[in-house]
Design a protein. Structure first.
Lengths: 243, 220
């Protein structure tokens, strides 16, 4: 059982200056699970992802990744093994699509360039954008850029993928293409934590759901239960507003 | 040549050549050493805490907010006042190098700052170390922002090396004045000296424009 747990948050507390952003958050993620994190803006959802990825330090509690405390890892190891996709894609504007994808595996993991290229092309085919390999980011639509960002992250062969409201900067007609890519990855068994406002997508695609409010994990459970029969009053209120 | 009849042409050419060598020497050390020091200072400012940054900024601001000519005059008189024995040209060179370094540091700092925090974060999230982030992600983008203003300062310092003549160092402009005092025919000499500056500066400005184009990756 222990080795099934890939990620565990125990009483995690996080402050920005004096603002208490995460309050005693607990979460256990097993290998292959897909989690949806929902909740109002400013409830700490994104911050939680940054903390899981060691992009932000935590001030209390512990995060365990593959049974070992995050603080015992080299930060770079964490960044390598946990992928994160941002709301604004953050592709590197001075590099082509292909270079965006190959740079990290080649320079960080020291994988030979021809191997990185082959891998990148495969990933590009998977996200349906192989024909864009020589394009620059400014030549892509938001939806394409976000799919490239996912391919770039996948090229590092992460153990977990974190998605930080990855469709909220997109025009409505581009959202589905990105969600499809995420759905495919989830179905292939990629452990995923998805911060999203797309409730329908969460319902269809994730196993578990965490509702966050004001830095607290207010409700945790199987997605269908949380979305269909919320027990917490705040969850009910939130779902009524967004559905 | 009729314009300078009665004066030894060979001596005048020698004068001009000496002046040119000094100008080129000053320009080269200002730009090379100045860029090196300036880049280090500019980079330090991006990672320094507030206190350390404000200390660096005091020096940078003093240099940037006083005329180079005043700095040169101070550098000329200060060693004697302090009882230090250094040559005028060395004192002048140090001032010019620091002057360029101060300006260069601002260019480097502003260039690095022009790259958004999101780029750092994305690079970090992929496992790049700080120096890899700098080298592969940040600097290639910062570069572009730096080139125009850096070139501006470089061209400026080449021309401003002439100010060192106020402390008696004979560079291109001063050598022109000396030649004119012998030939009493200023116009052709100033044209020649202007042309020499142009020949030095114009290719640099052209080069920077090409570089700007080359490093462009197109933005909306």
């Amino acid at each position: 059982m222990a080795e099934k747990r890939i990620l565990e948050l125990k009483n995690v507390n996080k402050y920005y200056e004096n603002v208490h952003v995460l309050k005693d958050v607990n979460l256990t993620v097993e290998r292959g699970d897909a989690w949806a994190i929902i909740g109002p803006s400013g409830s700490g959802k994104s911050t939680m992802l940054y903390c899981i990825n060691s992009l932000e330090p935590i001030q209390g509690g512990e995060i365990f990744f593959q049974g070992k405390k995050l603080s015992e890892y080299n930060k770079l190891e964490i960044h390598e093994s946990i992928g994160i996709i941002f709301q604004n894609y953050n592709l590197f504007p001075h590099l082509t699509v292909l270079d965006n994808i190959t740079l990290a595996p080649h320079k960080v993991k020291k994988i030979p360039m021809n191997q990185c290229r082959k891998k990148a092309i495969k990933l590009l085919e998977k996200v349906g954008l192989a024909h864009k390999k020589d394009a620059f980011p400014h030549e892509l639509s938001g939806g394409q850029a976000q799919r490239i960002a996912i391919a770039r992250s996948m090229a590092m062969e992460p153990k977990i993928m974190l998605y930080d409201e990855v469709t909220s900067a997109l025009d409505p007609e581009l959202v589905q293409g990105v969600l499809e890519v995420i759905r495919d990855l989830v179905r292939e068994g990629m452990t995923s934590i998805i911060v999203t406002h797309e409730i329908a997508f969460a319902r269809e695609c994730t196993d578990y759901c965490l509702f966050m409010n004001d830095g607290e994990a207010e409700e945790i459970g199987p997605t269908k239960e949380v979305l269909n029969n919320p027990k917490n009053a705040r969850t009910k209120e939130f779902l009524q507003k967004v559905l | 040549m009729e314009l300078i009849s009665g004066v030894n042409l060979k001596n005048l050419m020698f004068m001009l050549k000496t002046g040119l060598i000094v100008t080129i020497y000053l320009s080269i050390i200002a730009i090379t050493i100045g860029t090196l020091i300036g880049s280090i200072i500019g980079w330090l400012r991006t990672i320094a805490n507030e206190f350390f940054d404000s200390i660096i900024l005091i020096f940078v601001d003093i240099i940037r907010s006083t005329p180079l000519i005043i700095q040169l005059l101070i550098a000329y008189h200060l060693p004697g006042f302090l009882g230090i024995n250094i040559s005028t040209i060395l004192a002048g060179s140090i001032v010019i190098v620091l002057y360029f370094a101060a300006n260069c540091s601002q260019v480097v700092k502003a260039g690095i700052d022009s790259v958004t925090f999101n780029q750092w974060r994305a690079a970090e999230s992929l496992g790049f170390s700080y120096f890899q982030q700098m080298r592969y992600i940040i600097l290639p983008q910062a570069w572009r922002a730096m080139i125009p203003s850096y070139t501006g300062f470089a061209l400026g310092i080449i021309k401003d090396t002439s100010l060192i003549s106020v402390i008696g160092v004979i560079e291109l402009v001063r050598s022109g004045q000396i030649i004119i005092s012998r030939t009493l025919n200023p116009l052709p000499i100033w044209f020649v000296i202007g042309l020499i500056y142009f020949i030095i500066c114009w290719p640099l400005s052209k080069m920077s424009r090409n570089l700007e184009k080359k490093t462009q990756f197109g933005e909306k």
